[in-house]
Design a protein around this ligand. Sequence first.
Ligand code: HPA
Ligand code: MG
Length: 200
Amino acid sequence: KLSFKIICVFQISDEEQGYDLDLFCIPKHYADDLERVYIPHGLILDRTERLAREIMKNMGGHHIVALCVLKGGYKFFADLLLDYIKALNRNSDLTKQIHLILNDTHPHLLDLLLVRDIIDTGKTMKTLLELLKQYNPKMVKVASLLVKRTPRSVGYRPDFVGFEVPDKFVVGYALDYNEYFRDLNHICVISETGKEKYKA
Ligand code: HPA
Ligand code: MG
């Protein structure tokens, strides 16, 4: 039996201009440091809700251990798992659990879900997946909010992708520039002023 699956990608084109900052609420202290709103917070949450559903469909029958990879993923991690997946679980009669733990005594029994903010070159993910192999987990899947279209990519593609974005530096929704902008809800493009002001 043949079956076809249409893979939907939320692709943000290279021409996408985003939205004027004045259309949204932006923390005052960042007023001059941003160029445009690129992905509004509401859209991030809507897309995250759908990803949570796909993840449950894909991994749902199992006992999932979810790991947040690095600081930049924490908002996505929280919204994806703590709100949406939990809500989905409450609405289903299966008792699936998500354990937010790093060390489990039986890693070979685990279905791991790694949650990331952005895949840029993909080098970090490749290294991490290599490292995890030694624990011989039953399954490893990766969900990334963003994947960048960049010639520097090593070709790695995660299992679940929120948005595919052009090769621009973005901040907000926990993504940082030298630790700044994590406290911004929308994903935005940084301005020249911002780059200069928060330069390392
Ligand atoms: N923004 C924030 N952090 C990042 C990015 C980005 O565009 N690419 C890799 N790390
Ligand atoms: Mg960072």
